[in-house]
Structure formats: structure tokens, C-alpha cells
Design a protein around this ligand. Structure first.
Ligand code: ADP
Length: 803
């Protein structure tokens, strides 16, 4: 067996090998030492090599998922080596074992290893010889979604951050490029031989996998996209050890279709994570009202890829408007959607032969709910004109799966076991033969009961019991003090302190009958179950369409509910350079105000149609950052097709959303606060166009006053005169307000009033500029002792007089 183990280990040196032995997965040698340390489980030993014991540790196979998930989360790869033949029918002692799956962070399938509302992308990156361009391909095998993108090196960093892959495959040669190594080093990178990324084999792999003679029919991929996609498929096939893999055809994402958001902006706007790395308080957590995991993932995808085409955005908005107007329909729909399980992931597991009865149960309950969704819309069809996006979704849901779902609903029980081997998956009445086997099984149970009563009478031991365990099967148990009453025909099997265990010929015969019936029943259930999987394979395309339609219905109705609950409005999106927000609010801060009941969030207008750059001055705590961010978030929300927190909004499509807010060190990359600030500013200056939307908070604060002021000055001139982008620029440098002489610039401030030596913030944006920073007032509010504030005031007076 050790020879067998060593052969497997030799093939999977980069993995921890989980070697199946009976009811356990065992690990040996270095793997055992590592796993026992990482999992905090006992390290034992087995047999001997020439001199030493072989280190060994093990986990019960039924609980293995939990241990595997802990190791995978720590970055390990696991090779699962299973027994691929039954030990019972073997004459020799050694059963055949094979690696049936390699578990890696990017190829997870199990619900308990995955975030229900998130993606688990595996990515491959391939360079294109001497051209400086890259192909990236990414896939979530728990769903089947597959994408490619062509990028240059400047865009690579941003693309990886956007997708947040759990594992990245690269050709080894790429690691020799310092620039790329720097970009990918914070991710889990899996270097592979260059040959795996060869164009010829990748092209062949793609063509045979998707059964096409040319890839042109799928999309116009670049060579490096093909290489990345081919390597990705290869890797998935290798780790899953299955040719059954079913993936959607790769969708080529074109940058020109999407509003671009760089990683700094995404971080600053706290879209997916707050600055502190939390989920609560993010934009996504504030606007997510979806009812299904599929809808929640679509929201994530839309936030990753906001649209740039006014017509496409308007189509999405039309769907939201429809559900906002027809609230009864929406509420009925939502109440059904809430019952729909994560059929997307269940389907993928079933297609990969890794699904259990509960996954088929999920497909059944989802499909059975479709007619009621159909009904909601059928009854209103004539009265309304249903928007295209919704009517397409409904017609997909209407697609003819009636017969299959009827079969599924009569065949599959409502209450299901975790594993097929536990039985009870197929409903009574569906298969006569199966019912008969279970009848025999249950009749035998009755026989056992009767036998127990008979033996109790014969031996005059009233508490004699017939019990069963997995090791010795059925046995008769009596307490040791009564063993003298047991007849000679009873054969002693085990003697324990707690009881003496016997067997009889009669009991053995009943047990055999019972076992045969039970194992035949399980076999039959398994074959019926597998029949359904085969049906699913032929219906995969249709079911995937249904799933994406459910996600669209979910997100559109969820956006409508969100809009109603929070009085959001439908933005007007067009191709102009307009930006006109009346009564705008910050979605996240407003929500926090609602929850705390203290006061209302103050609405603010922002009209950049005439003057494209607003210079905003005002003391700390007046609300500058909130105002800047709320307008950027309104832009983003509008571009994903969501209503926005405002009374009215008119927005000309934006090509790139930029933000530089606050300052933080990035010590891990060796960047000081000021360096980070300048890198972010440089990105904006180099890329902003007249279609961009820019928010800048406090440029130049991380260096000496005059350096900072001059940098801020020249940046404002650049944005107003050259880039001509829509810009909100908050600053403490009052000197900058001189720039309002430039035609494109307007000065705004936030109203504050001094009262009784204190300042009161109204958070209201008004034309004009602040005459001072009120820094000392804020310091007082923060608890700096009076004597220090007093002294600071004297110093400040001296400086101001000197100026
Ligand atoms: P600044 O950037 O001027 O220092 P912030 O934007 O950080 O100010 O806001 C300071 C505080 O004021 C925050 O706690 C914020 O919640 C609150 N605030 C900001 N804008 C508003 C508003 N429009 N209505 C109500 N509260 C606001």
C-alpha cells in the first residue's frame, strides 16, 4: 500500500495527498506533519521505513470537507485519492486507488467552501510575444461562467483587482518579468510550464471542448486570450479529473463597453469593502435587496462591469421602472424568488458528478416554482407593455421543461438525505421495483423485531435486544450477568463490559435478506438519480438560460424595492456631458442616519452642466468628502441600471470614474502617504477625458504647504482647461479660490455658523468659499485640552498676521 501511496505522491508533489483508507483519509510523511500542525490534529505513525516510523495523521472521510476547506483557505492544494473499487469483491488485499480530484482555491465547488453571494474565480494570464499585451481568462467552475479579456500591462493590475481571483495560473516565463511579478505577487499564483500556454494546443483544446471548427464563431479572441483560456480549461480538467465538465462558452469582455473604475477608486468609494476591510457599510451591502444567490452575484458582476452605453443602461432602468410601478407584481415575484435555492451551483455540482440528493432537490424546487412565476406575468400580459429585458426573461422561464420538472417532482422526495448511500431519495410510488425492495427491507425489520421477542421469551431475558452496528452488523445483546441463560446455539461475537454480543443462524439469514434488499434499493435509487443527471446534461443550456433570467428578474425587482424603500429616482442617462443632481444623498450615510433616527441626511444639489469643475472649500467635518463620494456613487449606481438617491438626476454617460479621497500609507509596496497620493493623482491626470467624472479630496496634503498648494493649483488648471472632465475638487487651500476666474470653475462651500464660540455644521452646499478652516474648533471638539487650543490660537494669529 505504501508503494501505491508513494506512486500517487510522486505524481502530485505540490499537493497534500488525502489517501482513502476505509472510513478515513490518511496523510503520510511530510504531508502528515504539515496537516497535523495546520489542522491541530494528532500526529501518529504507521509501520516503519528502514529506520523510522512513518508519520501519519487522518481525518474521517465524512467530515473531510471541513478539514479540506481549512487547508485550502490557507493556500494548500489537496489531491483526493479515493478507493476506486470495492474492497469486498477483492481477492487480493490491495484495492485500486486513484486521484479523483485536486482541490485548489480556484476550483472549489462545495457550498460550505464558497461565499454564497460571491464569485470564486480562477484566472489565467498569458503574455503575447513582444507586444506588451496580455490575454486573461477567468472562470468560476461552481457556476460555469467563463470570460476573457485582452489587456495591456497598465490595465493588468486593475483587471486583477476587479476580478479578485482566488488563484492565478501563469506561464513560468512571466515570472522573469519584474513588472508583472510585482503586479501578481499579492495573489495566489500558480506558475505552470510555458508549454501549457502554447497557442496550438490551446486552440485545439478550445475547439474540441466547445465542439467548434473555428473559434471565430464564439468571439474574436486575441492569441494570448486563446492561450490563457486553453490553459485554464486544461487545468480545470486536470483538477476535476472529469471530461464531463460543462462550461458556458467564453464571453469576451471589451473594455470599450464598460465604465472603467480603477482599483484606487473602487477602494476609496468602498464599493465592495470598507477601508477597514468590512462588508457592512459598503455600497453593495446598502443596495443589495436581492432574494437569490444568483441575483446577488449578478449585482456583484454589474458593479464590477457598469455599462457605458446609454441605451443599454436605459433598458435596465426600464425594467426597474416596471417593477416600481407594478408593486403587487413585484412583491408576488419576490415572495417566490425568496424560495428559490442556489440552483446555479447545484447544477454545476450535479454536472460534475459531485452533486448529492440535496442538489437535485434544489433543481426540483426551483423548476417547480417556475409556473407560479409564469402565472404572475400571464395574468397581466395584455394590460401592460412589459419591457424587453423582462419579457425575454419570462419567455426563457416559459421554455418547455414542464415534462422534466413534473418527472422530477414526482420522483424526488421533499426531505432528502445528504448522501445517496443513505437511501430515501426517490419518492414512493415512482418506481414499483424500488417500492418492493423497500417493502422487503421493512418486512425484514419486522422479522428482526419478532425474533427479538421470541429470543427474549425463550431465554427468559426480557431486556434481550437485537441491535446493529457498522462493524459486526446485527447481534443479540444481553448484560454479562445474564450470559449463563444463553443457549449453546448462540455464537459469541464480542464480549464487552457493557454487554455480551451473540449471533444465530436465523439472525444471519434475516440480515442477509435485509442487506440484499437494501443494497439493491440503493443501487436502484442511484441509477434513477443518474438518469436525472443525464437528463440535466441535455437540458443544461436551457436551465442556464432560466437561471440567468431568474437573476435578471431578481435584480430588477430588488432595485425597484430599494428605490421604493429609499425614495430613489430614475436617472436620465444620455450621451451629453451633463451632470445635474437635484436633492442628492449619500446612499450609505443616509442609511446610517435612518438607522440611528438622530436627524435627516441633508440633501444637496450638484450641477456641473455649466461649470464643469467645482472647487469646494470648507472646514473639516462640514461634509465635503460625503458630498464628493455621494456624487461618484450616484454615477456608479446609474451606470449599473439602478435608481439613485436623489430627487432628480440627469447624467451624461461617464467613461471612467476616478477618485482620490483621503490618504493612507501602502507600506507593503514601500509607498509613503504622499507617494500613494501622487500615484493616484498621476493615474487620474494621465487618463481622465472629457467624458470622465473625477472627485479629488485634498491633493497635496502630504507634503510641505507650498509644494502641495502648487501641485493642487496646476492639477485644477489641468482638469478645468485641458481634460475638461466633470470634477469635484475639495481643498483646504483657500488660495485656490482665485482660480474661479477661469470660466469652467465654480467655487462652493459648506454652510457653517459660529455660535457661542462653537461651530455648527449644516452640511449644505452653497456657492462661495470658506474664509477659514476652523481646524482649531474641530480639534476642540475632538478633545484637545483648552490650554493647547489656546496656545495654538496665539500661534495661528501670529502666522496669519505675518502673511
Ligand atoms: P469633511 O470631508 O468636510 O471633513 P465629511 O464628509 O467627512 O466632512 O463629513 C463629516 C460628518 O458629517 C460625517 O459624520 C457625515 O456623516 C456628516 N455629513 C456629511 N454630509 C452630510 C449631510 N449632507 N447630511 C448629514 N450629515 C452629513
Amino acid at each position: 500500500m505504501m508503494t501505491q501511496y508513494l506512486a500517487v505522491k510522486k505524481e502530485h508533489q505540490d499537493c497534500l495527498v488525502f489517501f482513502r483508507m476505509g472510513d478515513f483519509y490518511e496523510l503520510f510523511f511530510e504531508d502528515a506533519i504539515t496537516a497535523s500542525k495546520e489542522l491541530d490534529i494528532v500526529l501518529t505513525s504507521r509501520g516503519k521505513t528502514e529506520k523510522d516510523n512513518i508519520p501519519m495523521c487522518g481525518v474521517p472521510h465524512h467530515a473531510s470537507e471541513n478539514y479540506i476547506s481549512r487547508l485550502v483557505k490557507k493556500g494548500f492544494k489537496i489531491a483526493i485519492c479515493d478507493q476506486t473499487e470495492s474492497a469486498e469483491n477483492k481477492s487480493s488485499k490491495l484495492v485500486k486507488r486513484e486521484v479523483t480530484r485536486i482541490v485548489t482555491p480556484g476550483t472549489l465547488l462545495e457550498d460550505n467552501l464558497l461565499e454564497s453571494k460571491g464569485y470564486n474565480f480562477l484566472m489565467a494570464i498569458c503574455d503575447e510575444a513582444d507586444s506588451g499585451s496580455f490575454g486573461i481568462a477567468f472562470i468560476d467552475i461552481s457556476i460555469g461562467d467563463f470570460f476573457t479579456e485582452a489587456k495591456n500591462i497598465e490595465q493588468l493590475f486593475s483587471a486583477i483587482h476587479k476580478i479578485q481571483p482566488k488563484e492565478i495560473l501563469v506561464p513560468e516565463r512571466i515570472l522573469r518579468n519584474d513588472q508583472i511579478s510585482k503586479i501578481i505577487r499579492e495573489w495566489k499564483v500558480n506558475p505552470m510550464p510555458d508549454s501549457r500556454f502554447s497557442l496550438r494546443s490551446s486552440m485545439e483544446r478550445m475547439k474540441s471542448f466547445f465542439e467548434v471548427t473555428t473559434l471565430k464563431g464564439i468571439a474574436d479572441f486575441s492569441e494570448s486570450e486563446v492561450c490563457a483560456a486553453g490553459a485554464l480549461i486544461d487545468y480545470v480538467l486536470l483538477t476535476q479529473k472529469k471530461e464531463l465538465l460543462s462550461l458556458s462558452r467564453p464571453k469576451k469582455l471589451c473594455e470599450s463597453e464598460f465604465l472603467e473604475i480603477d482599483p484606487f477608486t473602487r477602494k476609496n468609494l468602498e464599493i465592495f469593502q470598507t477601508m477597514r476591510g468590512e462588508k457592512n457599510g459598503t455600497l453593495i451591502s446598502t443596495i443589495d435587496r436581492t432574494s437569490t444567490p444568483m441575483g446577488a452575484r449578478l449585482l456583484l458582476m454589474r458593479l464590477m462591469h457598469p455599462l457605458k452605453n446609454a441605451l443599454d443602461i436605459s433598458e435596465r432602468l426600464e425594467s426597474v421602472r416596471f417593477f416600481k410601478q407594478h408593486d403587487a407584481t413585484r412583491n408576488n415575484l419576490i415572495s417566490i424568488l425568496k424560495k428559490i435555492p442556489d440552483i446555479e451551483r447545484s447544477l454545476s455540482r450535479l454536472l460534475l458528478d459531485r452533486g448529492g440528493p440535496k442538489d437535485l432537490g434544489a433543481v426540483k424546487s426551483a423548476l417547480c416554482l417556475l409556473p407560479s412565476i409564469k402565472m404572475i406575468f400571464a395574468s397581466h400580459k395584455e394590460c401592460w407593455s412589459i419591457p424587453n429585458e423582462i419579457s425575454d426573461a419570462i419567455s426563457n422561464i416559459n421554455s418547455d421543461l414542464g415534462e422534466f420538472s413534473h418527472k422530477l417532482s414526482t420522483a424526488i422526495n421533499d426531505e432528502l438525505p445528504a448522501f445517496l448511500r443513505d437511501g430515501g431519495v426517490i419518492a414512493r410510488g415512482y418506481c414499483e421495483e424500488l417500492d418492493e425492495l423497500y417493502d422487503t427491507h421493512f418486512k425484514s425489520s419486522e422479522l428482526i423485531q419478532r425474533l427479538q421477542e421470541k429470543y427474549a421469551q425463550e431465554t427468559k431475558i426480557p431486556n434481550l435486544k437485537i441491535k446493529r452496528n457498522n462493524i459486526i452488523g446485527y447481534y443479540i445483546e444481553v448484560s454479562p450477568s445474564l450470559s449463563s441463560k444463553i443457549p449453546f446455539s448462540f455464537v459469541l461475537r464480542q464480549s464487552l463490559v457493557s454487554g455480551m454480543r451473540y449471533s444465530t443462524q436465523e439472525l444471519i439469514e434475516i440480515e442477509q435478506k435485509l442487506n440484499v434488499a437494501y443494497s439493491e434499493a440503493i443501487q436502484l435509487e442511484t441509477s434513477i438519480f443518474n438518469g436525472f443527471i443525464e437528463d440535466l446534461r441535455s437540458l443544461t443550456e436551457k436551465i442556464r438560460k432560466i437561471i440567468s433570467s431568474l437573476a435578471i428578474l431578481d435584480i430588477s425587482s430588488a432595485f425597484a424595492l430599494l428605490a421604493e424603500e429609499n425614495c430613489y429616482t430614475e436617472p436620465v442617462i444620455n450621451d451629453s456631458d451633463d451632470f445635474e443632481i437635484i436633492g442628492g444623498r449619500h446612499p450609505v450615510v443616509e442609511q446610517a442616519y435612518k438607522n440611528s433616527y438622530e436627524s435627516d441626511f441633508t440633501k444637496n444639489d450638484c450641477d456641473l452642466s455649466k461649470k464643469k469643475l467645482w472647487l469646494i472649500t470648507g472646514p473639516n467635518m462640514a461634509g465635503k468628502s460625503t458630498f464628493l463620494r455621494q456624487n461618484a456613487l450616484i454615477v456608479l449606481m446609474a451606470h449599473i441600471g439602478c435608481f439613485v438617491p436623489a430627487d432628480r438626476a440627469k447624467i451624461g454617460v461617464v467613461d471612467h470614474l476616478f477618485s482620490r479621497v483621503g490618504a493612507s500609507d501602502d507600506i507593503s509596496r514601500g509607498h509613503s502617504t504622499f507617494m500613494v497620493e501622487m500615484i493616484e493623482t498621476a493615474t487620474i491626470v494621465n487618463h481622465a477625458t472629457s467624458k470622465s467624472f473625477v472627485i479629488l479630496d485634498e491633493i497635496g496634503r502630504g507634503t510641505a504647504t507650498y509644494d502641495g498648494l502648487s501641485l493642487a493649483w496646476s492639477c485644477v488648471e489641468h482638469f478645468a482647461l485641458s481634460a475638461k472632465c466633470r470634477t469635484l475638487f475639495a481643498t483646504h487651500y483657500h488660495e485656490l479660490t482665485e482660480l474661479q476666474e477661469i470660466e469652467n470653475i465654480a467655487c462652493y462651500t459648506l454652510s457653517v455658523r459660529e455660535w457661542d464660540d462653537k461651530i455648527v455644521f449644516f452640511h449644505e452646499i452653497i456657492p462661495g468659499s470658506a474664509d477659514r478652516s476652523y481646524g482649531l474648533h474641530v480639534a476642540r471638539l475632538a478633545g484637545i485640552p483648552t490650554n493647547i487650543i489656546h496656545r495654538a490660537q496665539q500661534v495661528l494669529d501670529r502666522f496669519e498676521n505675518r502673511l
